[in-house]
Design a protein around this ligand. Structure first.
Ligand code: PEP
Ligand code: MG
Length: 548
């Protein structure tokens, strides 16, 4: 029995046998074709046909979005233009693996150069090429493995393409050697309510297919080859946690009755029904970019009014916090700012970009005020990336001028925490965007894998900034919420409340786990955990200290 640890996602427990995701294949050798060319042609033809059949069969079994992805991949394995290229390369003396690899590689480069949707499909060609080469070699194909039994998926990391074919019926948990709390695997696990532990150093060298494993997402640990007593204890604890998470929906609260409203993050009005069904007490972050991102000019006031009204109508009498357009950096929007910037995350983005094109902001605030007047929801409006009290005064002034009742600031730039007392004199509320706050506090681009380890909201520096905002909110008697991914981490949610945060907003799928976890502590206990976490020396140290 051996244990390894990493970063847990969620609070569930899973016990099952491991299935490992095969490693990507090494590139084929450049050895010229030694065998008879006719026989190589035949081997490649058989391999391509086999891959196409296998993908078609999986498509038929999958249904939904996965079916389309797999059917498209099956067609790629039979594409006549690619086949011609493979044959030409074989005739030119390349070996079968090399000819296939290079032919698919050439098409992938062509699609990548086309940009947009075509470029997004480019990695699917790599996947098909890997499958064909695996067949030629007689080894397991890369990609998500299939099984008739429930299993725990162990991988280096999951790519977006892998997730379309993940069998959610049989995958009980995800465990990866790489990736952090904001990695694709972690986001997937959160959105599907799957227990996961990511960033488990030493995992791949310690685990083999078929080995039994306990995954404890709350503890961030995996136990290999557990004895029967440990398995029985884990299953019992897992059942009790699952029962707590599926308990009847109540308002968010701590064990001592302290209320902590639990709200949902939504990206468009169509997310509202799921949020309501999962017990969201309102919306803590309505990302309004959906209306803007696919258009070449700002949508009209009428179109915006209709969309905002549709969302607000789903929450009569409840709070809905709308964020005005957050363009720039990870959400580029050419009609707002098309200047080339060396460091767009430090450039004209968020409130700065809106201020530079004030009419777009005025139109959006007008549409939000129209929706406020037309519905029963309690609309709060906030601006992204507010840095100080001057920007707060600008935004709050404009919001009030245009008829909005509750106007606040998002805390994403570290400076706002330092002057939180000044900001909270002017703003009606603050909502902390921990994704950007972490990015800027640790100077680590949230889109860059090489610095993903720094993108951890458990870092004591981030927690201390949250604490400064919480304290200023308490002094001013104004709400300070969190709407970044951090709120969806049950253990961190407790710490945030201990730091003075008054509401939590997250993807609706995380609500049940956070609700259950909050009920396990009193406010005093949450404060004790927070005090231990901010005194820690690292993000990992803070996690461990909070759990101790
Ligand atoms: C954040 O930065 O934490 C946030 C909620 O905003 P977004 O993720 O949309 O930038
Ligand atoms: Mg943000």
């Amino acid at each position: 029995m051996g244990a390894l640890s990493g970063v847990g996602v969620g609070r569930g427990i899973a016990v099952a046998k491991v299935l490992r995701m095969p490693e990507p294949l090494a590139p084929p050798s450049d050895e010229p074709l030694a065998a008879d060319a006719g026989a190589e042609h035949e081997r490649v033809r058989e391999a391509l046909e086999g891959v196409a059949h296998e993908l078609q069969a999986r498509a038929a079994a999958a249904g939904g979005d996965a079916q389309q992805v797999l059917e498209a991949a099956a067609l790629m394995a039979q594409d006549p233009a690619i086949l011609d290229d493979v044959r030409a390369r074989l005739d030119g003396g390349a070996n079968a693996e090399r000819a296939t690899w290079d032919a698919y590689g050439a098409f992938r480069d062509m699609l990548t150069a086309m940009g947009g949707y075509m470029a997004e499909r480019a990695t699917d060609l790599d996947d098909v090429a890997q499958r064909v080469v695996a067949r030629l070699r007689g080894v397991a194909a890369p990609g998500v493995p299939q099984s008739d039994e429930p299993f725990i998926l162990v991988a280096r990391d999951l790519a977006p393409a892998d997730t379309a074919t993940l069998d959610l019926e049989r995958t009980l948990a995800l465990v990866t050697e790489e990736g952090g709390p904001t990695s694709h695997t972690a986001i997937l696990a959160r959105s599907k309510s799957l227990p996961a532990v990511v960033g488990v150093v030493g995992l791949l060298s310690a685990v083999a297919d078929g080995q039994r494993m306990i995954v404890d997402a709350r503890a961030g640990t995996v136990v290999l080859d557990p004895d029967d007593a440990s398995v029985a204890a884990a299953l019992a604890e897992g059942e009790s946690r699952a029962a707590a998470s599926s308990a009847p929906i109540t308002e968010g609260a701590l064990a001592d009755g302290t209320k902590v409203p639990l709200l949902a993050n939504v990206g468009s009005p169509k997310d509202a029904p799921a949020a309501v069904a999962l017990g969201a007490e309102g919306v803590g972050l309505f990302r309004t970019e959906f209306l803007f991102l696919d258009s070449s000019s700002a949508p009209s006031v009428e179109a915006q009014t209709a969309a905002y009204t549709e969302l607000l109508q789903a929450f009569p009498g409840k709070k809905v916090v709308a964020r005005v357009l957050d363009a720039g950096a990870d959400k580029p929007l050419p009609f707002l700012n098309d200047a080339h910037e060396e460091n767009p995350a430090l450039g004209l983005r968020g409130i700065r970009a809106l201020r530079a094109t004030e009419q777009i902001l005025r139109d959006q605030l007008t549409a939000l005020a129209n929706a406020q007047a037309a519905t029963e929801a309690e609309l709060w409006v906030m601006a992204p990336m507010i840095a100080d009290v001057e920007e707060t005064e600008y935004f709050v002034g404009l919001g009030r001028e245009l008829g909005l009742r509750t106007v606040g600031a998002m805390a994403e730039v570290p400076s706002i925490a330092v002057v939180a007392d000044q900001v909270l004199e002017v703003a009606d509320f603050v909502s902390i965007g921990t994704n950007d706050l972490t990015q800027y506090t640790l100077a680590a681009d949230r889109q860059l894998g090489s610095v993903a380890a720094f993108q951890d909201p458990w870092h004591p520096a981030v927690l201390r900034l949250v604490g400064m905002l919480g304290e200023a909110g308490a002094k001013a008697g104004k709400p300070v919420g969190v709407c970044g991914e951090a709120a969806a981490d049950p253990a961190l949610a407790v710490v945030l409340v201990g730091l003075g945060v008054t509401s939590l907003s997250m993807s609706a799928s995380a609500l049940a786990d956070v609700r259950a976890e909050l009920l396990t502590v009193t406010l005093d206990e949450a404060r004790e955990r927070a005090a231990r976490a901010v005194a820690a020396l690292s993000a990992a140290g803070a996690r461990a200290a909070a759990a101790a």
